[in-house]
Design a protein around this ligand. Structure first.
Ligand SMILES: NC(=O)c1ccc[n+]([C@@H]2O[C@H](COP(=O)([O-])OP(=O)(O)OC[C@H]3O[C@@H](n4cnc5c(N)ncnc54)[C@H](O)[C@@H]3O)[C@@H](O)[C@H]2O)c1
Length: 432
């Protein structure tokens, strides 16, 4: 019998550059932080340090001018111990394998944290979709879907929207997959338009989840939402909805930043008017009901709640010390680096981590998938009630673990989630 020394720990796969680990490196540090709390399940922790499956595809399309362009596409399934893979598809010019790997792993953690029966997956294409015509975008989406079609499916891996993808992109993905398998397969993606098996409440679900955990944390810390000052980075699906719900609850959204600039109004921005301005012009810049703010000044704005809801790696060593918020609610995935996390913690800033704070989207995606299987659709109130209940319960569990072990909410969420994933792994056993 070979001894166990024949299988030394290999924390890094050979296809990643150890000097430039990117977001995957951040995720590995988070796993290292949680390992001491996993008890006997720590024996299985290596399984979390490598993705189960990573598919890299070439996506060629004919451009409108007759040339042929090639794009790099990915689909990574990090872990499927608890169920099929689940996670969004991102179209962005900076997408890398490391990023998609990290995002897929955070999906494993998130799905386990809110206890929906999924593993974690993510996909992406390295492209700036704003430079494509609608026809080019459709051809790109369809070819990518066909290329990853060998590993996705309603019981295998279910994509959803992420940055720069939306209901229309999901409709094209659903149609392409359906054409390839020869039947209408609505359950292959979530975040679809309502008329194609989408769910009521899905569009707003992530922002609603961000708002729900914010309210729950405020109860624990004695913060009043009414009158609280809120700053939001990213005013798209997540940031826009969260900002609106906080404003409706009586908070004052004083600063908003997006890719076009930053705006500020000490008395509180008119959120519906700002949302309409973004809808019309594509960004917050030029909004008349506010002063312009230098982008770097955004981080130092006097506020109670800061919601990063754009991209990862936004709160770093360089700006974490200037943050004056009492609470950071991570709407985006991976917006805070581990170094910045430490600075925020030592400054007494409570961080509600992405892996619980933005789990509302995948929770309603789960509802959408269930509805598609049964072809029986729920009312918006039923969806929102169930969403809020799941988010409240999940947050209460994480809060309790944080108190018990005296750890951050991020580590507590990882403790809850990693235990669920590794317990499932242990019960299933290793095949063969
Ligand atoms: N949509 C969901 O259901 C969902 C679920 C979970 C997590 N997330 C995460 O939330 C984040 C936002 O996703 P979304 O769906 O709202 O995307 P979106 O495309 O609707 O909005 C993105 C926003 O970020 C802004 N932005 C982009 N680059 C920026 C920059 N350099 N500086 C400042 N702002 C910038 C854009 O202007 C836009 O307002 C992402 O990290 C995504 O992974 C989304």
């Amino acid at each position: 019998m070979p001894s166990s020394s024949a299988t030394p720990a290999h924390p890094l796969p050979s296809y990643l550059d150890p000097q430039h680990l990117g977001p995957w490196g951040v995720y590995l540090q988070q796993i290292d932080r949680v390992t001491p709390y996993l008890g006997s399940l720590a024996r299985w922790v290596e399984t979390l340090k490598r993705p189960k499956r990573a598919l890299i595809v070439d996506v060629p399309i004919e451009m409108d001018n007759g040339t042929i362009a090639h794009f790099e596409g990915y689909r990574v399934q990090h872990n499927t111990s608890r169920g099929p893979g689940k996670g969004g598809v991102r179209f962005h010019q900076d997408v890398t394998l490391s990023e998609v790997m990290a995002l897929s792993a955070w999906m494993s953690i998130k799905n386990a944290a809110v206890n929906v029966p999924y593993g974690g997956a993510k996909g992406g294409i390295r492209v700036d979709p704003k430079k494509l015509s609608r026809g080019e975008l459709e051809r790109l989406t369809r070819r990518y879907t066909s290329e990853i079609g060998i590993i996705i499916g309603p019981t295998k891996d279910i994509p959803a929207p992420d940055v720069n993808t939306n209901g229309q992109v999901m409709a094209w993905m659903m149609d392409t997959y359906s054409m390839n398998v020869g039947e209408t397969s609505t359950g292959v993606v979530t975040g679809k338009p309502i008329d194609l098996g989408g769910s009521l409440g899905r569009m707003e679900a992530t922002g609603r989840g961000v708002f729900t955990v914010g309210v729950e944390a405020a109860k624990h810390t004695g913060m009043r939402i009414e009158g609280a000052r809120v700053a939001v980075q990213g005013f798209g699906n997540v940031g826009g909805t969260a900002g609106r719900l906080f404003a409706e609850a009586g908070a004052r959204v004083v600063a908003v930043q997006d890719h076009t600039g930053s705006v500020f109004n000490d008395g509180g921005l008119d959120v519906p008017a700002l949302l309409a301005h973004v809808q019309e012009t594509g960004g917050v810049a030029g909004f008349s009901g506010a002063d312009k703010l230098a982008d770097d000044e955004f981080w130092g704005v006097a506020c109670d709640i800061l919601i990063p809801a754009a991209l990862e790696g936004q709160i770093t060593e360089a700006n974490a010390g200037r943050i004056r918020a009492k609470m950071v609610i991570e709407g985006a995935n991976g917006p805070t680096t581990p170094e910045a996390d430490d600075i925020l913690q030592s400054n007494g800033v409570l961080v509600l981590p992405d892996v619980i704070a933005n789990a509302g989207g995948v929770t309603v995606s789960y509802f959408e998938w269930v509805q598609d299987f049964t072809s029986f659709f729920w009312t918006e109130d039923e969806i929102n009630d169930r969403l809020v209940r799941i988010m409240q319960n999940a947050f209460a569990g994480v809060w309790q673990v944080a108190q018990e072990h005296q750890v951050s909410l991020r580590t507590a969420t990882f403790i809850v989630a990693c235990k669920r994933i590794l317990h499932a792994r242990e019960m299933r056993g290793l095949y063969p």
